[in-house]
Design a binder for this molecule. Structure first.
Ligand code: F6P
Length: 363
């Protein structure tokens, strides 16, 4: 009987619970045993009660809950080899030889490192008399399967990360609320949205709410953007618009990689255009709360595929990440996806914005 562990890692995202539910139930359906690793990598290193067997009914009600019910944590000790050694011992002690991880690119990179080190970790455990050769023998290979959970939609090789559409919906709802008060007072609002180094949430929210101007990291505005923005906002006002909405991605920057802050945008709108302007930073309301229907189905279909991927994997199979491309659930090589994701950030750092946009489009 295969014993499959499921873990959520990195920032929580709506839909992660649906992923846990799908993995647990599909594993059981396929005749495997399912385990949840609580508190992300921290739980893997701690072992014991942090790694619990899950039954069918243990994930009842998970689909509609926000956040991650099995917890997540930033774990420093897993970044060091002794932490990973302890994690390997904990998995073997529990009889687990496959791990499905739902998290961002950093969490998934850590998982692949763990997999690649696995044989040497086993050797070290035997050398140090932590485990015997007989104990490690049945665990020669560790299968890892990644699922991408992040509100940022910042991972290459998938059209959507689990959580991104829920967050987008919440941002749009918040901007709709802001619209009403902005209209009433004929005010301008500068709205900061999350996304880390990725502008997807800001761009999509801007399009969905008909914002006047959007700032995203991948396409920094040309020099003189201050006048350009004011010109566009004035034009909209001259057309009779009573409200102004400017959406700023938290990672927005200009061509010289200087941060574009909400307060700077606010000062421009207030001082140069004389608009009564407020700043709203949406913060973690964008991340918490229940998953939208899309994320529930995405998490469910991908959880099913993740278990299939574990069962299909041979010793030489490269770690897959479960993706959705053109509406089809598929498997991609994890490390290639991570590499492509990193190349967007590198292109931005090198101020090669054309390349950065090309890479994002290629995703
Ligand atoms: O990656 C998800 C995310 O919400 C980002 O959009 C944001 O930059 C970051 O996490 C916030 O992290 P924390 O919750 O640790 O403040």
């Amino acid at each position: 009987k295969r014993r499959i562990g499921m873990m959520t890692s990195g920032g929580d995202a709506p839909g992660m619970n649906g992923a846990v539910r799908a993995v647990v139930r599909m594993a059981i359906h396929k005749g495997c045993e399912a385990f949840a690793v609580y508190e992300g990598y921290e739980g893997l290193v701690q072992g014991g009660d942090y790694i619990r067997k899950m039954e069918w009914e243990d994930v009842r009600g998970f689909l509609s809950e926000g956040g991650t019910l099995i917890g997540t944590a930033r774990c420093m000790s897993f970044m060091q080899r002794p932490g990973r050694l302890q994690a390997a011992k904990n998995l073997i002690t529990k009889g687990i030889d496959a791990l499905i991880i739902c998290g961002g690119d950093g969490s998934l990179t850590g998982a692949d490192l763990f997999r690649s080190e696995w044989p040497s970790l086993l050797e070290e455990l035997v050398q140090k008399n932590e485990l015997t050769t007989e104990q490690v023998e049945p665990f020669r290979h560790l299968n890892i399967v990644g699922m991408v959970g992040s509100i940022d939609n910042d991972m290459s090789s998938t059209d959507a990360t689990i959580g991104a559409y829920s967050s987008l919906a919440r941002i749009c709802q918040a901007v709709d609320f802001i619209d009403a008060t902005a209209f009433s007072h004929s005010r301008a609002f500068v709205v900061e949205v999350m996304g880390r180094h990725c502008g997807w949430l800001a761009l999509m929210a801007g399009i969905s709410t008909g914002a006047d101007f959007i700032f995203i990291p991948e396409n920094p505005p040309e020099d003189g953007w201050e006048q350009e923005m004011c010109k566009i906002v004035s034009k909209h006002r001259a057309l009779g618009k009573r409200k102004t909405i400017v959406i700023v991605a938290e990672g927005a920057q200009d061509r010289h990689l200087n941060k574009i802050s909400c307060s700077k945008v606010k000062d421009l709108l207030a001082n140069d255009l004389g608009l009564d302007t407020r700043v709203t930073t949406l913060g973690h309301v964008q991340r918490g709360g229940p998953a939208c229907a899309y994320d529930r189905t995405l998490a469910t279909l991908q959880g099913v595929e993740a278990v299939e991927a574990v069962l299909d994997a041979g010793p030489e199979t490269p770690t897959p990440v479960i993706s959705i491309i053109e509406n089809k659930i598929c498997r991609q090589p994890l490390m290639e996806a991570v590499k492509l994701t990193k190349s967007v950030a590198e292109a931005i750092q090198a101020k090669d914005f054309v390349k950065a946009i090309g890479l994002r489009d290629a995703e």
